[in-house]
Unconditional design. Structure first.
Length: 117
């Protein structure tokens, strides 16, 4: 039996924040590309985190996907061209992308904790 990594719990919190952040920070319009760029990756990260919590044996697969989503969040404001009009959204997504990427890399590099049998 493998133990659940604490990084998966952190990812779940970050994914939930991504989904809620457009409303909390005030850029939550359904016509806003910045809001959708928070909703969709946020839901994906939360789902992957729940999957990693429920099936710790497959955590490596989920962390690789989450790392790619984190990298996307960092470059998305530039690629989707809302970094000038939605400054708060841009910084929120860049910071969360870095945190998500660091968390995923940490989970991939650090060996899992030993289980007691």
């Amino acid at each position: 039996m493998k133990t659940v990594r604490w990084q998966s719990r952190i990812l779940l919190v970050l994914g939930i924040w991504l989904v809620c952040s457009p409303f909390v920070l005030g850029y939550g319009s359904l016509n806003d590309v910045a809001a959708w760029n928070a909703f969709l990756p946020g839901v994906a990260i939360a789902v992957f985190a729940v999957q990693a919590l429920g099936n710790p044996e497959k955590w490596e697969q989920w962390m690789n996907v989450v790392l790619v989503i984190g990298l996307w969040l960092v470059i998305a404001p530039l690629v989707l061209r809302y970094y000038k009009t939605e400054v708060m959204a841009s910084w929120n997504e860049i910071i969360l992308g870095v945190l998500i990427g660091v968390d995923a890399i940490w989970a991939l590099v650090k060996p899992p904790p030993a289980t007691r049998g």
